[in-house]
Design a protein around this ligand. Structure first.
Ligand SMILES: C[S@@+](CC[C@H](N)C(=O)[O-])C[C@H]1O[C@@H](n2cnc3c(N)ncnc32)[C@H](O)[C@@H]1O
Length: 278
């Protein structure tokens, strides 16, 4: 935990605004598909293969995630160098007017302040945190390790973002399939992370990995869904802009106190490209 900020004054809102009563039937996850589906508005996403073995999905603390997040944490989880790299990336990739889904969000979004989006929907596990997030037009609470289906229409977002949270997903393939489903063709999914985590709540495949293997894991989460473009990886070792006594001391000792920045980015293809088996 880097710094504690006073919570911003929550804006009045209806909670939860979602689900919309008129959404179409939810998709079934399909583990594989032998028949290519050329309907770009189809509401299913195909998981071509599972990335994680069952032991890779385990957590040291198996208690309910809802309990773990039952009280609000008004903290920032990464340093200002990381956040500024992320905001720059959003500035570059997210168009003004876009509909954005902020998965696994909290009381802060790192979206550029000057950009006006069409709507920003937040998701997380703590309603008080989400209510304090000034960028959200609406939000919903859902434990993605219990149920991965999003109560939202297919092809309804221009962008899905997920910040410093992917390490907590025990069913990442299904969550990435849902991100794909709710994206419009051409829409982007941006997953960013650093090396910080709630250790006891990160899955073992992440916990026991290296920086390199974690990037590869997220790349594979994208690749296991039919119809995402080849994932792009952005890496930066952000220069420290923190000036806390600990940070200054770490620098004097020649140790980096900064949070490295990683992002994996892919787009929903307009038409899926099918892998041949021959
Ligand atoms: C480290 S915080 C990151 C919050 C925010 N994205 C940010 O950048 O500050 C991790 C977030 O993951 C979410 N989370 C953790 N486990 C979850 C689960 N099982 N289902 C849904 N969300 C979860 C929580 O809402 C929590 O706020």
């Amino acid at each position: 935990m880097l710094s504690i900020h006073p919570p911003p004054r929550p804006r009045p809102r209806l909670w939860p605004k979602l689900p919309s009563p008129a959404h179409p039937p939810l998709p079934k996850f399909s583990a594989s598909s032998s028949t290519p589906n050329n309907d770009i508005n189809d509401s299913t996403a195909t998981i071509k293969r599972l990335v994680l073995p069952s032991e890779g999905r385990t957590k040291l603390n198996p208690s309910s995630d809802r309990d773990f997040y039952s009280y609000p944490r008004f903290v920032t989880h990464v340093d200002r160098g990381f956040i500024s790299s992320l905001t720059d990336l959003y500035r570059e990739r997210l168009r003004p007017g876009s509909a954005v889904l902020d998965l696994m969000s909290s009381w802060v979004s790192h979206l550029p302040e000057e950009v006006e989006f069409g709507r920003v929907v937040g998701h997380g596990l703590n309603a008080q945190e989400l209510a304090g997030n000034p960028r959200l037009d609406s939000f919903f609470v859902k434990d993605l390790n219990q149920d991965q289906q999003l109560q939202m229409e297919s092809c309804s977002f221009d962008a899905v973002i997920c910040t410093v949270s992917v390490q907590y997903l025990q069913q990442p393939e299904k969550v990435f399939a849902e991100a794909f489903r709710v994206l419009k063709p051409g829409g982007v999914f941006i997953v960013s992370f650093s090396n910080r985590m709630f250790y006891e709540k990160a899955i073992s495949a992440w916990r026991d990995g290296t920086a390199y293997s974690r990037v590869q894991l997220v790349v594979q989460y994208f690749q296991c869904i039919e119809g995402f473009t080849q994932p792009e990886v952005v890496k930066k070792s952000t220069g420290s802009v923190e000036n806390s006594p600990l940070d200054v001391l770490m620098r004097l000792l020649g140790m980096s106190a900064t949070d490295p920045f990683y992002a994996v980015i892919a787009y929903r293809n307009f038409r899926p490209i099918y892998e041949t088996t021959e």
